[in-house]
Write a protein that binds this ligand. Structure first.
Ligand code: GLU
Length: 288
């Protein structure tokens, strides 16, 4: 099934010629699935393929044909500022471990997926933003008082996601005596936690808060609330993309016009998550 989906995605990628972040304008796409892009006033032509998470409630979530979450709404705002209407956006699932590859192979034009800006990633992709700053934290069983921070993980079973900064930080800084299980997504980790097969899940606090708030997990798990990193969420772009300046202008506008506050409150307010106001809203960095 997974292979089928990948094949479908590749076929779709082959059919749709890239217009958003590519300089190519040989638009030979044979109509296919998107219904083509109408020229809206001053709008961009074609489709923009935006990578998001499909399984992170409050951030990037697919529910039937609906896509919801803070990342998704920020992506819509930015795409709109770049001239793309809602019907010109195609959302593409972008799991943590596949993000660089999806950008490098041109399967997506940009990524809004709790994607931390790091020097290592900057070797192969570029980033706009940041548009949010989160912190790595821990999710534990509601009645567990033994884990108050990463230094309490010795002898514990921990779950995180392959290709994430969260898993990497554990391996680099807290590996001694901790058994790290890596999964493709955080929802799988939370399932392992509620089933009792791991003691904790680690990733960004805003992601954990969203997962803790879903009805199936409510009351069973809690976010420790002791963040131990700074995760600057960037807009992933193909290396040396010329879209970075326009994206940062859009992010600044979104913050200044009050939309950023609204989108955050609408999408993550219900989880009880409070953004770190010393770091948020962030100022987009210079594009390099
Ligand atoms: N923000 C971290 C990262 O980009 C963890 C969340 C994620 O895996 O998306 O690796």
């Amino acid at each position: 099934m997974r292979t089928g989906r990948v094949v479908t995605a590749l076929a779709a990628a082959a059919m749709l010629s890239l217009s958003g972040c590519s300089s190519s304008d040989d638009d030979d796409a044979d109509s296919g699935s998107t219904g083509g892009a109408s020229e809206s006033s001053g709008g961009a032509q074609g489709t923009v393929r935006i990578g998001i998470k499909f399984d992170q409630p409050g951030l990037g979530f697919k529910d039937g044909d609906e896509y919801t979450g803070f990342d998704v709404d920020v992506a819509r705002y930015v795409a709109n500022e770049l001239g793309y209407g809602e019907d010109q956006i195609e959302f593409v699932q972008s799991p943590s471990a596949q993000r660089e590859n999806l950008l490098e192979t041109g399967q997506v034009d940009m990524i809004f997926a709790t994607y931390s800006i790091t020097d290592k990633r900057k070797e192969v992709v570029s980033f706009g933003g940041p548009y949010f700053v989160a912190g790595q934290d821990l999710l534990v069983a509601a009645d567990d008082d033994s884990i108050k921070g990463p230094e309490d993980l010795e002898g514990k079973n921990l779950c995180s996601v392959t290709g994430s900064t969260s898993a990497q930080r554990i391996k680099d800084e807290y590996a001694t005596g901790t058994n790290l299980l890596e999964q493709p997504g955080y929802a799988e980790c939370v399932t392992a936690l509620t089933a009792g097969s791991v003691d904790a899940v680690t990733t960004d606090d805003i992601i954990l808060a969203g997962l803790a708030a879903v009805p199936a997990n409510k009351g069973k798990v809690k976010v420790v609330g002791n963040p131990f990193s700074e995760e600057n969420y960037g807009v992933g772009l193909p290396k040396d993309s010329d879209k970075c300046e326009a994206i940062n202008t859009a992010i600044k506008k979104m913050i200044e016009d009050g939309t950023w506050d609204e989108l955050l409150a609408d999408n993550v307010g219900a989880s009880g998550y409070k953004a770190n106001t010393d770091l948020n809203p962030p100022k987009p960095a210079a594009c390099s």
